[in-house]
Write a protein that binds this ligand. Structure first.
Ligand code: FES
Ligand SMILES: [Fe+2]
Length: 418
C-alpha cells in the first residue's frame, strides 16, 4: 500500500482532529486596522496631530513621506520652515519629489510653478506676468508643527483642527537635561515595522507577555524585579486605558507601575529597566504609515549625555547585532508583533482572561470610531488655546510606609499598603 493511503472506500464521515487541512483562512477586523482616507479608523486618526518624521528629515532635499496611506512630500525651505505637500503638482501632475527647494517654497521641475508650505502658488514663470491669476491655484497641503525634534501634521477636516497638545514632562527642562527622539522599534528593531499599527499599540495593555516573552523566554530583558508576579488592574479613563501592576519587593516596599494608552495612538511606558523611578520620562506614538507599515517614535526626557533607552543585552549583543538564530533564541517585541503578520487576523484569535486589557483598548477605540462617524469630537482633542500641558500618570512608583499616597497616581489599585 502506498504511504498515506488508508483505504479504497471514500468515507463521508468528517473527522475534526484539529489538523491544518481545510482550516479557515481568517480575516482582520477592518474597523481597527484600516487607516486610509474615508475609513472609520482613518477618519478618527485624522482628527489628531500626528508625528510623521524626525525634524532632521526635513531638508532642502525633498523626501517622500507616507502617512495614513497617503503619499506626501516633505521639505524644509531656505527660511527654515517645513512643508508637507501632495507630490502630484496641481498643474499637470509631475511629482514634486524632483522639485527644487527655494527660500520660500518648492518649485515644480516641469514648468516651474512655486508653492509655499500652505500650498499657495507664488510664481508661474511661463505665464504672462508670472501668473496674473496664480492666487486661484493651490497645491494640496497639510500643516506641520515641530515639537522637541519631531514633525507633526494634522490631516483631518480644517474646521476640526485641534490645538497642538503639549506634555508637562517635556516642559521646563533644566540645563542638565535634553530631549531625544528614538525611532527604532521598542528596545530593538528597525525604524519601520512591516505590520499594522494597532497590533503594536494594543501590546501596551498586555502586561502578561512581560513575564513570558521578556523574562522566561528571552530574559530578563529588563530589570529582573519585573519577574515578580504582580497584581494587575486595568482601568478605563476618558483619554485611554491604564494598567497598574503592583509587585511586593524584597525590601517590603511596593513597586506600583502604571502604563497608559492615550487616544488615539499614544503609549506612555514606565521605563522597564526601572532606571527612571517616579513619573515617566517618555511618550511614544505609533505612526500608521499605511495598513501594513508602522514606525514608532519615542520622545524621551533625560540627563544630557545619557542614553535615551537601555537596550537588552544578549551576551554583550543587542538586537541590532543578533543573527537570525539569535533572534529566534531571543525574540522580543519586534519579533512577536511583526510575527502576528502584516495585519493580524482577528477572526482566528482565541482571546483569554489575560487579554482583558487588549479587549478594553479595542472596545474604546470602536466607541470613538462611532462617535466620530456620528459627527462628534473624539476624546483628547481640545480647541482651547489656553489649555495647560497634559499631565501623564505612567511611572514606576516605589510605595513604602513613609510614602505620601497623594503623590502616587491610581493608588486605589494598590492591593496592600505596606
Ligand atoms: S507640472 Fe508642475 S509646473 Fe507643470
Ligand atoms: Fe513587550
Amino acid at each position: 500500500m502506498a504511504e498515506g493511503h488508508v483505504g479504497t472506500q471514500a468515507t463521508s464521515v468528517t473527522i475534526n482532529d484539529g489538523r491544518a487541512y481545510g482550516r479557515p483562512t481568517g480575516h482582520s477586523d477592518t474597523e481597527l486596522v484600516e487607516v486610509g482616507p474615508g475609513t472609520p479608523a482613518g477618519e478618527l486618526l485624522r482628527r489628531y496631530w500626528q508625528p510623521f518624521a524626525r525634524s532632521e528629515e526635513a531638508t532642502t532635499r525633498p523626501r517622500e513621506i507616507r502617512m495614513l496611506s497617503e503619499d506626501l512630500i516633505l521639505y524644509r525651505d531656505g527660511s527654515g520652515d517645513p512643508g508637507l505637500l501632495e507630490p502630484r503638482c496641481c498643474h499637470r501632475g509631475t511629482t514634486l519629489y524632483f522639485g527644487r527647494v527655494e527660500d520660500n517654497g518648492i518649485r515644480c521641475p516641469y514648468h516651474g510653478w512655486l508653492f509655499g508650505a500652505d500650498g499657495t502658488c507664488l510664481d508661474q514663470p511661463c505665464e504672462p506676468d508670472r501668473g496674473r491669476n496664480k492666487e486661484s491655484y493651490r497645491q494640496p497641503w497639510y500643516p506641520v508643527i515641530e515639537y522637541n525634534g519631531l514633525l507633526f501634521t494634522y490631516m483631518g477636516p480644517p474646521n476640526k483642527q485641534p490645538v497642538f497638545p503639549r506634555y508637562e514632562i517635556f516642559e521646563n527642562l533644566t540645563d542638565a537635561e535634553e530631549i531625544e527622539i528614538v525611532d527604532h522599534f521598542a528596545f530593538g528593531g528597525p525604524s519601520v515595522a512591516p505590520c499594522n499599527w494597532f497590533q503594536t499599540h494594543e501590546n501596551v495593555m498586555d502586561p502578561y507577555h512581560v513575564f513570558i516573552l521578556h523574562n522566561a523566554i528571552s530574559g530578563p530583558q529588563f530589570d529582573p524585579r519585573l519577574e515578580i508576579w504582580p497584581t494587575i488592574n486595568f482601568q478605563k479613563h476618558d483619554w485611554g486605558i491604564t494598567s497598574t501592576q503592583d509587585r511586593r519587593l524584597d525590601d517590603g516596599t511596593m513597586l506600583h507601575r502604571i502604563v497608559e494608552t492615550r487616544f488615539p495612538n499614544i503609549r506612555v511606558i514606565a521605563t522597564p529597566t526601572l532606571t527612571v523611578l517616579g513619573p515617566t520620562n517618555n511618550v511614544s506614538w505609533a505612526q500608521p504609515i499605511d495598513d501594513t507599515h508602522t514606525r514608532v517614535f519615542a520622545m524621551v526626557r533625560k540627563p544630557k549625555g545619557q542614553p535615551a533607552q537601555g537596550l537588552p543585552s544578549y551576551d554583550g549583543k543587542t538586537w541590532f547585532d543578533l543573527d537570525e538564530e539569535g533572534h529566534q533564541t531571543n525574540p522580543g517585541d519586534y519579533e512577536t508583533q511583526v510575527g502576528q503578520g502584516p495585519i493580524t487576523k482577528h477572526s482566528l484569535e482565541r482571546l483569554s482572561s489575560t487579554d482583558r486589557g487588549v479587549s478594553m483598548v479595542r472596545r474604546q477605540f470602536k466607541e470613538q470610531l462611532e462617535l466620530v462617524a456620528k459627527g462628534g469630537d473624539p476624546v483628547g482633542v481640545s480647541f482651547e488655546e489656553t489649555d495647560p500641558p497634559i499631565d501623564l500618570i505612567a511611572g514606576n512608583y516605589i510605595v513604602g510606609p513613609d510614602t505620601d499616597l497623594e503623590s502616587v497616581p491610581l493608588v486605589s489599585s494598590l492591593n496592600e499598603r505596606e
